[in-house]
Design a protein around this ligand. Sequence first.
Ligand code: GLN
Length: 479
Amino acid sequence: MKRYNNLLEVHQDLANGSVTCRDLVHYYLDNIERKKHLNAFLEVYPDEALAKAEEIDQKLANNTAGRLAGMVLGLKDVLAYKDHPLQSSSKILTGFKSLFTATAVQRLLDEDAIVIGRQNCDEFAMGASNETSAFGPVLNEIDPTRVSGGSSGGSAVAVQADLCLASIGSDTGGSVRQPAAFCGVIGLKPTYSRISRYGLTAYASSFDQIGPITRSVDDAALLLEIMAGPDDYDSTVSRREVPAYSQLLEPEGDPKYRIGYISDTLESEGLDPEIRETIQATLQNLREEGHTVESVDFHYLDYIVPTYYILTTAEASSNLSRFDGVKYGYRSSSATDLLSMYKKSRAEGFGHEVQKRIMLGTFVLSADYYDAYYTKAQKVRRIIKEKTEELLTQFDFLIMPTTPTTAFPIGGNPIDPLAIYLADIFTVQASLAGVPAISVPVGTDKNALPIGMQILTKSFAETKLLAFSKSVTEKITTA
Ligand code: GLN
């Protein structure tokens, strides 16, 4: 069977009868089996997916199928799907099954998406290489000695390696965009509050957003359109109307945009020269097409990563306090009393990185240090947010590399955890500001490893962001 790049192609073939949903599920199941070594899926649901496919084939025959008929999806293991295991790639949730389905997932199911399995990720979405998963790293298909990126590593590789048409991930500080960049696919983090977080395992609640990983901007737009919008179970979701993003990808006329790039992001020392050249060449093409492309200063880059890690670890230490071995998940067998049960269950159940972040977060929230770290970081976040928003009133888009390097070797960074944190430098700005950002593939380095370009825009301007991203990706594929 051919490799589908978007749902439109699938719909055409479903309509002309050359493929059925059942064929599609068989195709992806075969690929998952053949490429098991990539470690992208923690669990696959073959019987269920095939049964659902038959049901949808029937609906297609009766003309009653939903908009996602033929869309075979994978879910990052942080999204609740009723009666299915949910583990956040952690030992501490061993044996846990969801009692309900995440709102975003339910909306996809209501439109007849087929869920084929749950995908490996960094433990509790904390990481940038999928190496913190209790189930081991995910391998990058282009070079299996290299990381997938993270934390939605399994989700990105599943799309890269054609194990499903699209994946649903989550992005707190880059977890959809960064693995998408490492795998040569598209990753969208919507505006904070665009999509309900009900049923998403909480890491840092004032940052977390669900986002699609796809092979086409069209599919990202459609999935966003279906998942977005108010939800009675999450009062933080915006009540703004959800545009029909997927119908608005070809704007009237030939709009010329004002595009800014932060000079320090392209001049930063740690940036791989091949990434610099590729982004510069893309900016030059945009200039030649008539857009205004200007360099801007942003003096807060050095504060971005520390602010992000103070605030996210603080929120994580609180969010993860619920995992204590009492009601569900892992419980230590060597506990002697209640206190030792809490302590041992958490010490044995959480991995090293998660424990480190809980301790750091507890420290920055402790009475003696609260003002010095947490309060100060909140203030700095406000400044970063305001300055980013100010830039986004002057420019339609801000463009920067998604990552400072291409996919790095697995096990390459064991002694220097700071280096891994600093690798988040370009993705966390949008997360601190709450604005939408997308990573699109714009080239490869000399080892054929993908290079991602990130585009930011102002809150709730996803329509413009997606239309522009589509035009950028079309030019890259036709170049
Ligand atoms: N790498 C970042 C972190 O470890 C981002 C993770 C995420 O977005 N979930 O926090």
